[in-house]
Write a protein that binds this ligand. Structure first.
Ligand SMILES: Nc1ncnc2c1ncn2[C@@H]1O[C@H](COP(=O)(O)OP(=O)(O)O)[C@@H](O)[C@H]1O
Ligand SMILES: [Mg+2]
Length: 320
């Protein structure tokens, strides 16, 4: 993939810290024990709310996220989930600790430890990719068995049904699915069967981040930190590796199959077990690329379209 073909930036529409109601900001300052003197918005990430580095009067730095129900109802639930998961992560986890969260009157504010560093450079560089891939291995070991009670991946609702919903759209509405890859459309029934085996493939007892991507990773020297734990669930140790790889390919890295089969987490996973997961991810992206964007997230569909390409290429590599 050339630089021109890189996925669009993982950036949404950020809100300003000053848009958080004054009483909530005052409560945050009171609980932190210091006033906020500067707020610098962070561009990366899609959640339609505030993501900001705060400087406090005593010189400390913290990271905050905030969202209102009116901005996006689903994001409010995700932020609340992120607070629960993050608070329950073991201290040794390579994650930012939750300092406090405030949820009331249709708002949630999370304040986390500020992680120094930056996301991996794009296009992906071999050294940073190797560092991150090793960190994913370490993460899965640390989080097995899952130290957090989270939903099992096998019971995930509204995920492994993209091809089914595309097939239903074709049948019910006579939609020719012109905007969907022709190979996928030709193989729709077969791919629907494959994604339906998701539940059987994702049994496991590892806490998986389940949203691993360049914009949810921070690197400082050789230290890798994983942020944004809202989607975490319990599944097999290799699930996070499988989820990360399509985005690596979409952002200038190697094809997923060239990494998965030689990675310590992926090499013992049979194609029979892997295929339903890749099918579910491909169906997820292909369906979403054609749906209207969620509230406050005008850029996410183009990003999902770009991630769908290497995911589908991986699926074809397994299926053909
Ligand atoms: N604890 C933190 N310290 C410093 N920067 C962070 C921290 N958490 C996230 N970030 C940066 O802020 C961006 C947005 O945060 P994230 O939690 O991923 O929000 P979103 O839900 O919008 O994806 C990330 O891409 C990352 O670069
Ligand atoms: Mg994020």
């Amino acid at each position: 993939m050339t630089a021109e073909e890189l996925a669009p930036p993982a950036r949404g529409r950020r809100r300003r810290w000053e848009e958080v109601p004054i009483p909530l900001r005052a409560e945050v300052a009171a609980r932190l024990g210091a006033e906020v003197t500067a707020a610098t918005s962070v561009a990366t990430g899609f959640s339609p709310g505030v993501a900001v580095r705060l400087t406090l009067q005593d010189g400390r730095r913290v990271f905050a996220k905030a969202v209102a129900r009116d901005w996006n109802r689903d994001t409010l639930a995700l932020h609340r989930r992120e607070a629960e998961i993050t608070a329950a992560l073991p201290p040794a986890a390579p994650a930012a600790r939750l300092l406090l969260s405030v949820s009331r009157a249709g708002w949630t504010v999370l304040v986390l430890e500020h992680v120094p560093g930056r996301p991996p450079r794009l296009p992906w560089q071999p050294k940073e990719l190797a560092l991150v891939l090793a960190a994913v291995d370490g993460l899965s070991k640390l989080l097995t068995p899952s130290p957090v009670s989270a939903a099992p991946a096998s019971e995930l609702v509204g995920f492994a049904d993209g091809f089914k919903r595309l097939r239903q759209r074709r049948e019910a509405a006579g939609d020719p699915l012109d905007d969907i890859d022709p190979w996928a459309v030709r193989n729709l029934e077969r791919l629907e069967l494959l994604e339906a085996s998701w539940s059987g493939s994702v049994r496991g007892d590892t806490l998986c981040h389940f949203d691993l991507r360049q914009d949810n990773i921070l690197i400082q020297g050789s230290r890798v930190t994983f942020v944004d734990w809202a989607q975490a669930l319990v599944g097999p140790a290799w699930l996070d590796l499988a989820c990360l790889l399509p985005s690596v390919a979409a952002q200038g890295g190697p094809a997923p199959w060239t990494i998965f089969g030689s990675h310590p987490l992926g090499r013992s996973v049979s194609e029979e077990v892997l295929a339903p997961v890749v099918a579910a991810m491909a169906g997820y992206f292909l369906l979403r690329q054609s749906l209207p964007p969620p509230a406050g997230m005008p850029t996410v569909r183009a990003f999902q379209r770009a991630l769908g390409l290497p995911t589908l290429a991986w699926l074809r590599h397994i299926c053909d």
